[in-house]
Design a protein around this ligand. Structure first.
Ligand SMILES: Nc1nc2c(ncn2[C@@H]2O[C@H](COP(=O)(O)OP(=O)(O)O)[C@@H](O)[C@H]2O)c(=O)[nH]1
Ligand SMILES: [Mg+2]
Length: 296
């Protein structure tokens, strides 16, 4: 007997740092979206695809919705996030169990235009010692919006993720699958490699460096069982170069070692990774340059 196929887009939205990318990786079972404690880690929209029998969920990890639009990068991320909410079949609005932020209010306002069912995911409950304190939080929020479901959870500790997934799957509309059942992400291998390098860069540097750098994979060649990769870390200013390289090249070496291990795990191959640091001035402010680097 043929079962009826279901498929739809699921937008994961919420303020920066709330745990959207962590949830996406949980759901698809692979690191398709990089994670760090710093906001603006996710710059491009990333699809994570999960097919279970006849149901296919296409998750969209959105860059954070920003209240203030300062630079071209922020404007670009805002446009993306808005478009995603409108087109989604299901919206997962993620908030932090420990605190309500002004940005959450701004997102709630945007949800007024959404006709798709919205699930409220209250994340980071592992940080709430007394779970009964969640109850007034839940009841206040349920008065502010007609959520299809409210799910307290922890993406990091994998608590209630399976329950959330079930709620999502049940809400997806009937229709043919958009992607082959075994596909996990829409991004190509070069992008995934660049992102893993950027993740280490963000995790190991401070202040403006995480926000003023981008990574481009120049070449990627399979030689026997060895994957030979060379990539460029673009920084904004000459003065940032020595920071990324570190004393005697120590920081760049650590970034390279950690990234290489992740890349080896991803492709199940030995990897030889070469990194260069170059200066591309004022790239976050220049929309044309953004496009040139692959941010369409
Ligand atoms: N304690 C705790 N930390 C979490 C949880 N989910 C995510 N985080 C952490 O929050 C930070 C931001 O996560 P990320 O997924 O990058 O957030 P995004 O900006 O919304 O994509 C990272 O340091 C995560 O490890 C959770 O359930 N509990
Ligand atoms: Mg993210």
């Amino acid at each position: 007997m043929n079962k009826i196929e279901k498929c739809g887009y699921v937008a994961i939205i919420g303020r920066p740092n709330v745990g959207k990318s962590t949830l996406l990786n949980d759901l698809v079972g692979q690191k398709v979206s990089i994670v760090s404690p710093k906001p603006q880690t996710t710059r491009q929209q990333i699809l994570g695809i999960k097919t279970v029998d006849e149901v296919q969920a296409v998750y969209i990890d959105t860059p954070g919705l920003h209240k203030t639009e300062q630079r071209a990068m922020n404007r670009y991320m805002n446009r993306l996030a808005n478009a995603v909410i409108i087109d989604a079949n299901v919206v997962v609005f993620m908030v932090d169990a420990t605190r309500w932020y002004d940005e959450d209010d701004a997102i709630l306002e945007k949800l007024a235009d959404v006709t798709a069912p919205v699930i409220l995911a209250i994340n980071k409950i592992d940080k709430v010692k007394d779970k009964s304190r969640l109850l007034p939080f839940i009841s206040r929020l349920s008065e502010r919006y007609n959520f299809a479901k409210i799910v307290p959870m922890s993406a990091k500790k994998y608590e209630n993720v399976a329950e959330l997934e079930k709620v999502i799957m049940d809400l997806l509309p009937e229709g043919p699958h958009f992607f082959p059942d075994e596909q996990v992400t829409d991004k190509d291998e070069r992008f995934q490699v660049a992102e893993l390098i950027r993740e280490k860069l963000i995790q190991l540097t401070e202040q403006e460096i995480p926000y003023s750098t981008t990574v481009v994979v120049e070449s990627m060649k399979l030689e026997g069982n060895l994957l030979n990769i060379s990539a460029i870390i673009w920084v904004e200013r000459e003065g940032q170069k020595p920071i990324v390289i570190g004393k005697d090249g120590a920081l760049l070496k650590r970034i390279g070692t950690l990234a290489r291990k992740d890349i080896e795990k991803l492709f199940d191959k030995k990897v030889f990774l070469r990194l260069w640091v170059k200066v591309k001035s004022d790239w976050t402010n220049n929309e044309r340059l953004l496009q040139g680097l692959g941010f369409e």
